[in-house]
Write a protein that binds this ligand. Structure first.
Ligand SMILES: Cc1ncc(COP(=O)(O)O)c(C=O)c1O
Length: 431
């Protein structure tokens, strides 16, 4: 559906050319797939049984849905969770220059000192202070940082509380690490904010770790300092560690982003994760980082050292330049997302759909339960796609808390958004 979608990509004014193919955050089409007969042949001689903890994880429901989308050519996708911009030119040119200079070796396990120092300076804008030598680890995407946090810090049987709806990788990551995911429903009525009451009601006082993701994928929810204070107090009271995925921190449209690690007593129990995929439109360069106190950072570095050695070298050069020289480009992209966000939420409300104000990221998460067949978001998304060619992700793909909703990404051009909402309008009028 979004494969080979070079047209999706928008260059910033001073950009070069690009030839990047792309797909969604959670879904990627694979043109090397075998057909059924070939697969049967392979399976016959196949002596493998997946490990139990791998078998325990259901395949992503989103994939099946997107296969339908891929079979049509008139699709407008509001399904993808990656920027429709190309990475800013200073970052790309730094990557090119590093290759020209022959910088093709491994780096230090934790990442280049230059990048770690740049990260330390960068996060000061969020009132975060971390030592580049002992508390910063550069990873292969925020994805690796999330995985490392679970593998390095979760013991078999440990309970990891996951506010839902939630980004699709956390629960599988916890299971792969031998932990037990504990869903903590959050609610549209609370603007998808996490409350101590919700944590208590879900039994999270018994949990070992809490995962936070604000600004949130899929709801776009942000949490103010005041709202986070209640959650922080809960964590201190019940001695929970926190893994805080703040990858959308720079894409916050109202109040400044607050990191939970800046609240009293939280830095020492929190791993903060961030990355370059979203704010810098660098998904394909695969670069992220984790900020954590020395013990946690050393444990994560140990796993990283044996599984990854070091994050991609070229991408690290790009990332250092991104942090040092791309604030204007990030600001420009943020302003464009904000314009689309305001347009999309206003249109959805005009169409009678209830949507909480998304304060960050690039998703709107309207309720469709009242207009969906039997209130079923998957049936609604499938029918909408079949009848109108508008692809959006059913909310239940993000856990039970997302049922009855739809995730619409506005990392999509304004013209596509206008056409998609026009088609949605006709669809709603006819049903
Ligand atoms: C909340 C969240 N965390 C992490 C990631 C993965 O980021 P990366 O590309 O840096 O691995 C995504 C991508 O969609 C995301 O939405």
């Amino acid at each position: 559906m979004s494969d080979g979608d070079d047209e999706r990509r928008r260059d910033l004014p001073d950009g070069g050319t690009d030839d990047v193919a792309s797909a969604g955050d959670d879904v990627r089409a694979d043109d090397t797939e075998l057909d059924d007969t070939e697969l049967d042949d392979v399976r016959e001689g196949d002596r493998f049984t997946p490990a139990d903890r791998v078998d325990a994880v259901a395949p992503s429901g989103i994939r099946a849905f997107f296969e339908v989308a891929e079979s049509r050519d008139d699709v407008i996708s509001l399904g993808v969770g990656e920027p429709d911009f190309t990475a800013p030119w200073p970052a790309r040119s730094a990557a090119i220059a590093s290759l020209e200079r022959g910088r093709t070796s491994y780096t230090a396990n934790r990442g280049t000192p230059e990048l770690r120092r740049a990260i330390a300076r960068h996060v000061e804008r969020y009132d975060l202070s971390y030592d580049p030598e002992e508390e910063i680890l550069v990873t292969t995407g925020a994805s690796e940082a999330v995985d490392l946090a679970f593998r390095a810090l979760v013991d078999p049987g440990d309970v990891v509380a996951l506010p839902t709806p939630t980004y699709v990788s956390y629960a599988p990551g916890v299971t792969f690490a031998g932990g037990e995911p504990l869903p903590v429903p959050t609610y549209h009525e609370d603007d998808w904010s996490l409350t101590p009451e919700a944590l208590r009601a879900a039994g999270a006082d018994e949990a070992d770790v809490l995962v936070l993701c604000y600004p949130n994928n899929p709801t776009g929810a942000t949490m103010s300092r005041e709202e986070l204070s209640g959650v922080a107090e809960f964590c201190r009271e019940h001695d929970l560690l926190v893994v805080s995925d703040e990858i959308y921190a720079a894409l916050t449209y109202g109040d400044e982003h607050t990191s939970v690690a800046t609240l009293p007593g939280m830095r020492e129990r929190t791993v903060v994760i961030n990355g370059f995929s979203k704010a810098y439109a660098m998904t394909g360069l695969r670069l992220g980082y984790a900020l954590a106190p020395p013990t946690a950072s050393a444990a994560m570095t140990k796993v990283h050292q044996y599984s990854m050695l070091s994050a991609p070298t070229t991408a690290q050069h790009a990332a250092a330049a991104a942090l040092q020289r791309c604030d204007d480009e990030v600001g420009e992209m943020r302003r464009e997302y904000d314009r689309r966000r305001r347009y999309l939420t206003a249109r959805l409300r005009e169409l009678g759909l209830d949507v909480a104000e998304p304060g960050g990221a690039f998703y709107a998460f309207p309720r469709v339960a009242d207009v969906a067949p039997d209130g079923d978001d998957e049936a609604f998304a499938t029918d909408l796609l079949r009848e109108t060619g508008v692809a959006a992700v059913p909310g239940s793909a993000f856990g039970d808390g997302g049922a009855g909703h739809l995730r619409l990404s506005y990392a999509t051009g304004m013209d596509e958004l206008k056409e998609a909402t026009r088609r949605l309008e006709s669809y709603l009028a006819e049903h």
